[in-house]
Design a protein around this ligand. Structure first.
Ligand SMILES: Nc1ncnc2c1ncn2[C@@H]1O[C@H](COP(=O)(O)OP(=O)(O)OP(=O)(O)O)[C@@H](O)[C@H]1O
Ligand SMILES: [Mg+2]
Length: 281
């Protein structure tokens, strides 16, 4: 049985990971919720590192302007960038404003024009940092394209027959499936809501984060089997966890539906202050 180095007490039963092992094939999905700074990005990054180490999964990670993948810079596993064709991406040091050469961060830079091309280019060895059309607040057209890009990627991942499991890490999931938006995005959300069942069958594990469960479209939320709460998370109404989660220390989590033991992720250190500027050409 793989051992998870992010568990402070190795004897703790973490049902969601055991579920994956006991089925031996079949993905699991988990939504990690917590307020700003509770340790969500660190947690999802650690899951990516551990799943690579323990299951040797193909790891797919969302890239966004905040460069949350920066927690991987010090990991032994290299990063490949998959950049959608027609996008121009530049990286900047957020402290000094200086430009950072993309080649100095990524092992390889690959381009793709569709989900089916992307899945053929995924590395089985390195992290796959995927930059789609960027999410853009206040730009509905671009937001719709961002959602369509990810729908295409999830569909393409499911069409492929994989010789190993896949883990998708999607930080700030509320960008993709927000509650209370227009009809066009609602229709995409309807399509996305069917993805998790397909993922499970195809051994695709999905880890997602959000600040609040209230921000996630109800149709999607109810399809996600596991909810992991970090500091300040507001439990779902049906939660068996009655305690107030406002005081959980940084990096501490409780899984809904498990035996409710708290566990602690390791601190991966400070996020590197890198910002990406991605323009559609
Ligand atoms: N397990 C941990 N133990 C101690 N400190 C931690 C742990 N995880 C994260 N931290 C610290 O907390 C800070 C915030 O972590 P992180 O970026 O993962 O939070 P977040 O929930 O993703 O925040 P945001 O909502 O702003 O995206 C980091 O500077 C990190 O050093
Ligand atoms: Mg974060």
């Amino acid at each position: 049985m793989p051992s998870y180095s992010f568990v402070t007490d190795p004897g703790m039963v973490k049902e969601l990971l055991l579920e994956r092992e006991s089925r031996n094939s079949g993905g699991v999905e988990c939504l990690i919720c917590g307020t700003q700074g509770s340790g969500k990005t660190t947690a999802i990054s650690q899951v990516a590192i551990e799943n690579k180490k323990n299951f040797d999964d193909v790891i797919v990670v969302r890239s966004s302007e905040d460069c949350q993948w920066s927690y991987f810079i010090d990991s032994k596993i290299k990063m490949d960038l998959l950049l959608k064709e027609g996008l121009d991406m530049k990286l900047f040091d957020r402290k000094t404003g200086k430009n950072i050469e993309i080649d100095s961060i990524f092992n390889k830079i690959k381009t793709y024009d569709s989900g089916s091309v992307l899945v053929n280019k995924l590395s089985h060895k390195n992290f796959n940092i995927v930059q789609t059309t960027p999410y853009a607040i206040g730009n509905p057209k671009q937001h719709i394209q961002f959602c369509l890009d990810w729908l295409d990627i999830f569909n393409s991942l499911n069409q492929r027959r994989w010789d190993r499991a896949v883990t998708v890490c999607f930080d700030e999931f509320e960008d993709l499936v927000p509650e209370g938006v227009g009809k066009k995005i609602y229709d995409i959300e309807l399509s996305l809501s069917g993805i998790f069942r397909k993922n499970r069958k195809n051994d695709i594990t999905t880890f997602l984060t959000c600040h609040s469960l209230e921000d996630i479209h109800w149709r999607i939320k109810k399809k996600i089997r596991w909810k992991m709460y970090m500091r300040g998370a507001k439990q779902q109404k049906t939660s068996k966890i009655k305690k107030n989660l406002a005081d959980l220390p940084t990096g501490t989590a409780i899984i809904e539906g498990s035996k409710f033991e708290r566990f602690q992720f390791y601190d991966l250190g400070k996020e590197r202050k890198i910002r990406a500027v991605v323009n559609c050409m």
